[in-house]
Write a protein that binds this ligand. Structure first.
Ligand SMILES: [Zn+2]
Ligand SMILES: [Zn+2]
Length: 177
């Protein structure tokens, strides 16, 4: 019985780490970076995309920095989830790291088998093919790990863009007066 409870808390801790990490990373870093920043767009969506893509696997320092900033939200939950289950927290971190590498392997020409793609779609998990869509089109396929973050993230993108435009107009108006 105790083993069962421990396994359940472990799985919960791992799942929460990925869910909350992806949520904060998407809404507090990824989407705002697309609107106000240049760094992520340069590294992740640059014209030299195939090189950048390749660099994720070769550990280019700039790409690593973008990866680190994107990964930071996963780390902030560690102290809290550690109390729930240390093993589960470590498992979540390992799976998160594995997913970063996996979702970038399309650059190396690897194709996800159709059965695995169907599995991932059913579980709302981002496949390398889906993530590649985001690299090609910065408005598509948000949600680094979970696909259900795309819709709200796209809405958030539009809200922030609207704010940026209003702010610019307001500044121009203010300067003109
Ligand atoms: Zn990517
Ligand atoms: Zn992006």
């Amino acid at each position: 019985m105790e083993l069962l409870t421990e396994t359940a808390s472990g799985l919960l801790a791992g799942f929460l780490l990925l869910l909350l990490g992806d949520f904060i990373s998407t809404f507090a870093y990824h989407v705002p970076e697309h609107v106000f920043g240049k760094f992520h767009s340069l590294v992740h969506h640059g014209a030299n995309r195939s090189f950048v893509h390749y660099a994720v696997l070769t550990r280019n320092p700039l790409v690593l920095l973008d990866g680190f900033l994107g990964a930071l939200p996963y780390f902030v939950f560690i102290p809290w989830l550690w109390q729930l289950s240390p093993i589960g927290t470590l498992l979540g971190l390992a799976l998160g790291e594995f997913h970063v590498v996996w979702r970038h392997i399309t650059a190396a020409g690897k194709v996800t088998p159709p059965w695995l793609q169907r599995c991932c779609e059913a579980c709302f998990l981002t496949t390398p093919e889906r993530h590649w869509q985001h690299h090609e089109n910065a408005e598509a396929a948000f949600g680094d790990i979970f696909t259900f973050f795309h819709r709200p993230a796209y809405g958030w993108l539009k809200v922030l863009r609207g704010l940026k435009i209003s702010y610019r107009r307001w500044r121009r108006g203010g300067l003109g007066a």
